[in-house]
Ligand binder design. Sequence first.
Ligand SMILES: NC(=O)c1ccc[n+]([C@@H]2O[C@H](COP(=O)([O-])OP(=O)(O)OC[C@H]3O[C@@H](n4cnc5c(N)ncnc54)[C@H](OP(=O)(O)O)[C@@H]3O)[C@@H](O)[C@H]2O)c1
Length: 319
Amino acid sequence: MTNNLVENAAENAAENATENATENATENATENPPTPLTLLGLGAMGTALAQAWLAGGHPLTVWNRTAARADALALRGAAVADTAAEAVAANRLVVVCLLDDASVAGALADADLTGKDVVNLVTSTPEQARARAAWAARRGARYLDGGIMAVPPMIGVPAAGPYVFYSGSSELFEEHRATLATPAGTRYVGEDAGYAALHDVALLSAMYGMFAGAAHAFALFRGEAVAPGRLAPLLSDYVTAMSGTIAGTAEQLESGDYTRGVVSNLAMQVAGKGTLLRTAEEQGVSAELLEPYFRLMERRLAVGSGEEGLTGVVDLLRR
Ligand SMILES: NC(=O)c1ccc[n+]([C@@H]2O[C@H](COP(=O)([O-])OP(=O)(O)OC[C@H]3O[C@@H](n4cnc5c(N)ncnc54)[C@H](OP(=O)(O)O)[C@@H]3O)[C@@H](O)[C@H]2O)c1
């Protein structure tokens, strides 16, 4: 989920906010001693999480398959375990930030999870998360799944707006809420362990739609007198303004009335297809990112009303 814009924004915010975050964490620490925890996985995201918990004064035990990645954290006070099982044994709260679901199964194969609180921040599918929750329950652990809505430079920088969706054991979440809130904001979305992943993947999917549209727009201007740097603020301002229509889509889906509040009807938008595709052709740009969406709009126009907006596309996507 790397994005230069987000990283730059996060870096700028980091300069202003790291000091405040550390000060707040220190103030809180005097009232409630920070909870000790274990973190498995010190890739880009795991390392950022570890740094935030250490900055917040949490006693931290870490483990990583490639041991050298723990060296810098050891210098900052982290205890380094030789094996994942040893790291799990060190604390009740165990946070996992490995690459994927398969690496979780492998790394924790020999660990005793009895009585542990496992928080799995690995990006996974809803079904993988539900299966992992059942796996944890069979092994005597409480389980919370998480989907991280941030890139590593945003972690520990509240002003950059990082947060994590959580779902699964509400008891675990409530008990460890303050600790989980140290690196990033927390949004609990339900007891169904698959819901954090579902929210995570839904937002990522929307993000890729936006990236696809921006890629097409930049491609249209390649070789023109307008530099990408001049197009960028126009694009981000317009995409931000158009995101205001998302709430209207939700209202139409909930009411079942897809003509409600429509100001840009489907018939008009489909009529504009030729202009967008011909412009791509004139500029020597493939329309492969744009065409599929227009095909869906045309299919909806064929079976729905031209007075609707774009909401009918949602129904066409359901298998
Ligand atoms: N980076 C982001 O922008 C971002 C944003 C949101 C969510 N996430 C999620 O956070 C998780 C970690 O991402 P990351 O950016 O930290 O990835 P990363 O930099 O590629 O690190 C992957 C981590 O997983 C470990 N690992 C991989 N395969 C393993 C295996 N078979 N057994 C044991 N350990 C294994 C690696 O250990 P070694 O050091 O030994 O290779 C490393 O600690 C992923 O699920 C990712 O989707 C990342």
